[in-house]
Design a protein around this ligand. Structure first.
Ligand code: PGA
Length: 242
């Protein structure tokens, strides 16, 4: 199975910076066998698409509806044929925009209707982590069962395990912590879907220094990278070494 790196640029880079970012990636990234997905701000999706690069394109979020009165939102219908992927349920959306599992479930359906692979982010807060593994399991189970359903017309999906306490903090989860959670996720996924080999990624302070070590986790399918992907030289090195 192909490994996957997703770069989430979040709300960063102006037009000029994004342009030079792409130029650096173009010159620094060598041949790669894996799936590399760039998720810039949506104002750059069209530009990225017209560059016809070897990277896949993802949107950082989509609306839970296909069209209508939703000022500022972008729907899966609108980015169909441009984006192959959409991040849904990122903890920043859950926290800042109060997005809940039901809405995220609807976003997943909109992705599938529009032939977009959703990247479903799940993960526990520090408060839950401190309560121990049973609480973490309960939390992740409910995030999965409230967004995915065995009866859904289950299609491609990627799960990104992103513990909230590790996002943007410089404090990555350890290999053992990730391994423990991978088991929890696969236990639940086997009950939710017949689909085998659903890729599970890790995200949370992945960088040039720690990704080699994190790569030792054999059943991990790749990484979702925020901060470290802002520097195109770091991202290129990660892609080249992946
Ligand atoms: P980070 O962000 O790599 O800066 O921790 C990851 C994410 O939010 O997806």
């Amino acid at each position: 199975m192909k490994k996957i790196i997703i770069s989430n640029l979040k709300m960063n880079k102006n037009f000029k910076e994004f342009d030079s970012y792409l130029q650096t990636l173009k010159s620094e990234v060598k041949n790669f066998q894996n799936e590399i997905v760039l998720c810039p701000s949506s104002i750059y999706l069209d530009k990225l698409f017209s560059e016809k690069l070897k990277f896949s394109i993802g949107i950082q979020d989509i609306d839970h509806r296909n069209q209508g009165a939703a000022t500022g939102s972008i729907s899966a219908t609108q980015v169909k044929n441009i984006c192959e992927y959409a991040i849904v349920g990122h903890s920043e959306r859950r926290e800042v925009f109060k997005e809940h599992n039901q809405m995220i479930k609807e976003k997943i359906s909109r992705c599938w209707e529009n032939e977009i692979t959703p990247i479903l982010c799940i993960g526990e807060s520090l408060k839950i982590r401190e309560k121990g593994i049973e609480e973490i399991k309960k939390h992740l189970f409910s995030q999965l069962e409230e967004t995915l359903n065995f009866n859904d017309n289950f299609q491609d999906i990627i799960i990104a395990y992103e513990p909230i306490w590790a996002i943007g903090t410089g404090l990555s989860a350890t290999n053992n912590q990730i391994l423990e959670v991978l088991e929890i996720i696969s236990e639940k996924l086997s009950l939710i879907s017949n689909t085998k080999n659903i890729p599970v990624l890790y995200g949370g302070s992945v960088n040039l220094d720690n990704f080699k070590d994190l790569q030792k986790i054999s059943n991990l399918s790749g990484f979702l990278i925020g901060s470290a992907s802002l520097d195109p030289n770091s991202l290129s090195k990660i892609i080249n070494d992946f």
